[in-house]
Design a binder for this molecule. Structure first.
Ligand code: NAD
Length: 257
C-alpha cells in the first residue's frame, strides 16, 4: 500500500473500537504516526500496542474528550512528542437512549451534546493552531441522522446536524491556511454502537435489525474498514480540493425514494 501519510501525525478520538479503531489502523498502515484517544479505563493502550508495540508510531491517551483541559493537554503532548500534527478525526460519539422528545432525560441530552458536538469543537480548537502552520485536515463523524430526523433520537440527530454546520464554518475559516475540514455521514456500521442499539430493542431486536437492513438498497451494514477508507481519503493529499463537504456513506439509504 502506498504511504499516503508518511511522516504525518494523526489523532483519532474514540479509537478503541468500531470506526475509530479502523481509522487508526488504516492511517498507521499507510505510514502515519497515530495518537489514539479513548476514555480513561478503556483498553486504548492495548489497541495502540497492537499497531506498534514500541510506542514510536502509536501513542495511547486515556482522555475523556469532553474534558477541555485533558483534551488540550493531550494535543500538546502529541505535538511535543512528534513535533507536528497533520490530522484529527473527531470520531468519539454516543448514541444516548432512545426516548420520545418529551420524556428524554435532561442529563442524557447534555451528555449527547457534550460528546457528539462540544468535544468536536474542543478537538478542533486544540489542533487548529498546529494545522495552520503547514496545512492539514480534520474529518468529523456526522451521520445520516445529520440529514434527517430519527424519531426517539432527537438529541443525537441534533448533534449530527450541528456537526455538519460546524464542519462547514470551520472549513471556511481554515481554507486560507490550507486546513481542510470535512465530515462523513454513515448509517448502519457494524460496530459495538450499532449492536448496542439493536440490543436496546430487547425482544424486538431481530425485527429492528431486519427493518434497518431493509432500509438500505445495499442490504447490509457497512464494515468499519469501509468508513475508514473514506476518512483516510479525506485526510490525504488526494482530497486536496475537498473542504466543507458532508460525505454520505450509507448503502444508498438516503437515495431511496
Ligand atoms: N455505527 C454506526 O452505525 C454509525 C452511524 C453513523 C455515525 N456514527 C458515528 O461514528 C462515530 C463512531 O461510531 P462507532 O459506531 O464506531 O461507535 P462505538 O460506540 O463502537 O465506538 C465509539 C468509541 O468512542 C469512545 N468514546 C465515547 N465517549 C467518549 C469520550 N467522552 N471520550 C473519549 N472517547 C469516547 C468509546 O469508548 C468507543 O471506543 C460516532 O461519532 C457515531 O455517532 C456511527
Amino acid at each position: 500500500m502506498p504511504e499516503r501519510f508518511a511522516d504525518q501525525v494523526v489523532l483519532v478520538t474514540g479509537a478503541v473500537q468500531g470506526i475509530g479503531r479502523a481509522v487508526a489502523e488504516r492511517v498507521a498502515s499507510e505510514g502515519a504516526r497515530v495518537a489514539l484517544l479513548d476514555l480513561p479505563g478503556s483498553p486504548v493502550s492495548g489497541v495502540a500496542a497492537g499497531i506498534d508495540a514500541t510506542g514510536d508510531r502509536a501513542r495511547p491517551y486515556e482522555v475523556d474528550v469532553t474534558d477541555a483541559k485533558a483534551f488540550g493537554s493531550c494535543v500538546a503532548d502529541v505535538a511535543g512528542a512528534w513535533g507536528r500534527i497533520d490530522g484529527l478525526v473527531n470520531n468519539a460519539g454516543v448514541n444516548g437512549p432512545s426516548a420520545p422528545v418529551e420524556d428524554y432525560p435532561e442529563d442524557e441530552f447534555d451528555r449527547v451534546i457534550a460528546v457528539n458536538l462540544k468535544a468536536v469543537w474542543l478537538g478542533t480548537r486544540a489542533v487548529f493552531p498546529h494545522l495552520k502552520r503547514a496545512g492539514g485536515a480534520i474529518v468529523n463523524l456526522a451521520s445520516t441522522a445529520g440529514m434527517a430526523g430519527y424519531p426517539g433520537r432527537a438529541p443525537y440527530s441534533a448533534t449530527k446536524h450541528a456537526v455538519i454546520g460546524l464542519t462547514k464554518a470551520t472549513a471556511v475559516e481554515g481554507a486560507p491556511f490550507d486546513v481542510r475540514v470535512n465530515c462523513v455521514c454513515p448509517s448502519g456500521v457494524e460496530t459495538p454502537m450499532m449492536l448496542d442499539a439493536e440490543r436496546a430493542a430487547g425482544a424486538d431486536r431481530t425485527r429492528v435489525r431486519e427493518a434497518f437492513l431493509a432500509s438500505k438498497p445495499l442490504g447490509r451494514y457497512a464494515r468499519p474498514a469501509e468508513i475508514a477508507a473514506l476518512i483516510a481519503f479525506l485526510l490525504s493529499p488526494e482530497a486536496g480540493y475537498i473542504t466543507g463537504a458532508p460525505y454520505l456513506i450509507d448503502g444508498g439509504q438516503i437515495a431511496r425514494p
